[in-house]
Design a protein around this ligand. Structure first.
Ligand code: FMN
Length: 199
């Protein structure tokens, strides 16, 4: 039996108001909706500014807001600029705040880079894997001015199709993984990784 609803959270890791990675993320979320996601939400780390993760830190309304969105999500799309071959500090800090909440959920990746951003995606995948999240085997890289027109719309037809493909695959494969994880959580079978997440 499939979960009735499947929610996708986009996390925008750029602080720039005219960020290309955020633009692409918004388009990807629209596609996710068209491909059957019940709900899509955007968490912009430039607007929800999380404190640097501190295991002994105080609660804050920004952390609470992000935590509620993370718990709501069945799958994620992470969007980051390429900063020195790495994800942005804001995005890494977001990931630092969570751990168990990512288990059994699928992640897709978007990177704005002049060099494809493959090392950025690898780093995001590594962090997600450490939390027992599942990663899409490919991501979408965008090269700002070359892929977007002055008005802000995508000018590269291949990129447009690739974003659509990623969103479609995230919803279809993400639902399979999530459904099985939820089933495994609810069963008494011992030798599944979901068993570690039972209360
Ligand atoms: C501090 C800093 C480091 C950057 N490092 C790289 C890099 O290593 N490789 C690259 O291709 N682009 C690099 N860039 C360019 C950004 O990735 C590029 O401008 C991207 O479009 C920013 O993403 P955004 O439009 O979503 O904010 C860097 C930019 C900044 C400000």
């Amino acid at each position: 039996m499939m979960t009735a609803k499947f929610n996708v959270l986009g996390v925008a890791g750029s602080m720039r108001p005219s960020s290309y990675s955020t633009k692409a993320l918004k388009i990807a979320l629209e596609h996710a909706k068209k491909h059957g996601a019940a709900g899509v939400r955007l968490l912009e780390l430039s607007k929800t500014v999380l404190p640097i993760y501190d295991p002994n830190g105080l609660a804050s309304k920004e952390i609470e807001y992000a935590a509620e969105a993370v718990a709501w999500a069945d799958a994620f799309i992470l969007a980051s600029p390429d900063y020195h071959g790495s994800m942005s500090g804001a995005l890494k800090n977001f990931l630092d705040h969570f751990f168990e909440e990512f288990a059994g959920k699928v992640f897709g990746y978007i990177v704005a880079s002049h060099e494809k951003g493959l090392t950025v995606m690898d780093q995001m995948r590594t962090a997600v894997r450490q939390c027992y999240g599942w990663s899409m085997p490919y991501g979408v890289s965008i090269s700002g001015e070359q892929d977007f027109a002055a008005g802000g719309e995508i000018s590269n037809a291949r990129l447009s199709k690739r974003l659509q493909m990623m969103s479609r695959d995230l919803v279809v494969y993400g639902r399979l993984v999530r459904d099985q994880f939820v089933r495994d959580l609810g069963s008494s079978e011992q030798h599944t990784y979901a068993a570690h997440y039972r209360p």
